[in-house]
Design a protein around this ligand. Structure first.
Ligand SMILES: Cc1ncc(COP(=O)(O)O)c(C=O)c1O
Length: 451
């Protein structure tokens, strides 16, 4: 192996050594799990100082290509898999295929605040004077800071919650790192971690949030990141209690993990915004999306919390898009402060809560079990996922399969975006009837559960 490495290294700077070995790992020329030569061996063979090789090792470890295990030596890691978006693409068939498409996880556009009067008022003048202006409009920054669930060390605005998760994950997670997520969770997050080559550990939820005993076991694997949705969890509708958030902070405190909180429902969630950042502000990154409350096409989310992480995101972004459109930021600020718009968002919150309540009740009356209390999605337990999906599709109703949300299998489920049910109660009753019809079999209907 030593000879092959020496032959492949044509540039003997630390950067050149790291690049050549990185290429060999990616190409599979250095078998995963093999021990690399020691710093001393390689530096001698290359005729460079041990410091140069050490630096190269550091770079390779930071991108997850190698795994330094102290006295045991340094080992080759698994390069990232082909990745893709296979889970995400499985949850929705796209518009037009069903008479009633409840597979989308999308908000009801009829409940979004009206943009027209706001846009007419937004000035393009003097919003940006330099490419190096602060990325967040100062007035929006003040508004976000004042409404954050804990005093954030740093705060910025990016293009939606998924953009925030992607940017934060890319800063924190490298090949071979472990990450903890809720089981089930939002499928593109699983796709993203897979693409980064991370090992995902799923922790189940109960009615108050992460199951503490499971989290404690997961933390023993020294994860880099714990990804959670403390409010209106997609898909289960769980909102954490403050007590659970506190208990999670106690478990995470002695570890090195960063907690990444995705408050994707933001202002349309009924529950209080709880955050581990209340107790661990320097180890929590809290994300608040405005997609569900103010419109997915604004493409805006705020990210606040641990300065060490957010500074890195902001710096890296400066070498890409730089900032989120200040025109859109000023639209958001106007929406957050305009009485008519804030009233519309409040009305939307009540409408979603009422749709959820009615559908939950209608299903319960028909003996079908659901979970959670918050948000636009309902997680429904069924006896057989595939036949339930097909049964609903045959009735012109689209819903999402439960399987892509799962870190590990735990029964059959459907995710139904009940936030889109804008009709009368009779329509909700009708849908519940159809869902109860396909849910079928023991295990799905309460009261017919096997003991
Ligand atoms: C849990 C979760 N995170 C993130 C997102 C994406 O949010 P955004 O539109 O802000 O990117 C969604 C969208 O449904 C979601 O359910």
């Amino acid at each position: 192996m030593l000879d092959d490495m020496v032959a492949a290294i044509d540039n003997r700077s630390a950067q050149g050594i790291a690049a050549a070995i990185g290429r060999m790992v990616s190409a599979g020329e250095l078998p995963v799990g093999d021990r690399l030569p020691t710093v001393r061996e390689l530096s001698k063979a290359l005729g460079v100082s041990p410091t140069t090789v050490s630096e190269a090792w550091k770079t390779l470890a930071a991108v997850g290509a190698i795994d330094p295990r102290g006295r045991l030596g340094t080992f080759v890691r698994q390069p990232p898999g082909p990745g893709g978006t296979h889970r995400y693409r499985r949850i929705t068939d796209g518009p037009g295929r069903f008479d009633l498409d409840l597979s989308t996880g999308f908000p009801d556009v009829g409940l979004l605040p009206d943009l027209r009067p706001i846009v007419a008022d937004v000035s393009r003048q003097s919003l940006t004077s330099s490419y190096l202006d602060r990325p967040v409009l100062p007035e929006l920054w003040d508004h976000l800071h004042a409404s954050w669930p804990f005093p954030p060390e740093e705060l910025t605005v990016v293009d939606g919650a998924m953009d925030a998760i992607d940017r934060v994950a890319r800063e924190l997670v490298h090949l071979g790192d472990r990450v903890v997520v809720e089981n089930p969770t939002f499928p593109p997050v699983l796709d993203l971690f897979e693409q980064l080559g991370a090992e995902v550990i799923g922790v189940n939820l109960d009615a108050e949030g992460l199951v503490l005993a499971e989290l404690a076991s997961a933390l023993e694997y020294e994860p880099r990141l714990v990804f959670v949705q403390p409010r209106a969890h997609n898909p289960t509708g769980t909102t954490w209690s403050a007590k659970r958030a506190r208990a999670v902070s106690r478990l995470v405190a002695p570890t090195a993990a960063v907690v990444v909180e995705d408050d994707h429902s933001g202002d349309i969630a009924s529950g209080e915004p709880v955050s581990v950042g209340t107790w661990l502000p320097d180890r929590t990154v809290h994300i608040r999306s405005y997609s569900k409350s103010h419109g997915p096409d604004l493409r805006l989310a705020a990210v606040g919390g641990a300065g060490s992480v957010i500074d890195r995101v902001t710096d890296r972004r400066l070498l890409g898009p730089g900032w989120s459109s200040r025109i859109l930021q000023s639209v958001l600020l106007a929406l957050l402060t305009d009485p008519t718009a804030t009233w519309a968002v409040e009305a939307a919150r009540h409408a979603y809560a009422s749709r959820r309540r009615e559908f939950t009740r209608a299903l319960a009356e028909r003996g079908v079990a659901t979970t959670g209390t918050d948000g636009i999605n309902q997680w429904v337990e069924v006896a057989d996922e595939r036949s339930a999906l097909v049964g609903l599709a045959a009735r012109g109703i689209g819903v999402a399969p439960g399987e892509p949300f799962m870190v590990r299998p735990a029964g059959d489920h459907l995710r139904i975006t009940i936030g889109l049910l804008d009709g009368p109660i009779s329509a909700i009753e009708h849908l519940a009837e159809q869902v109860a019809d396909v849910a079928g079999g023991p295990g799905a209907r309460v009261g017919r559960r096997p003991s």
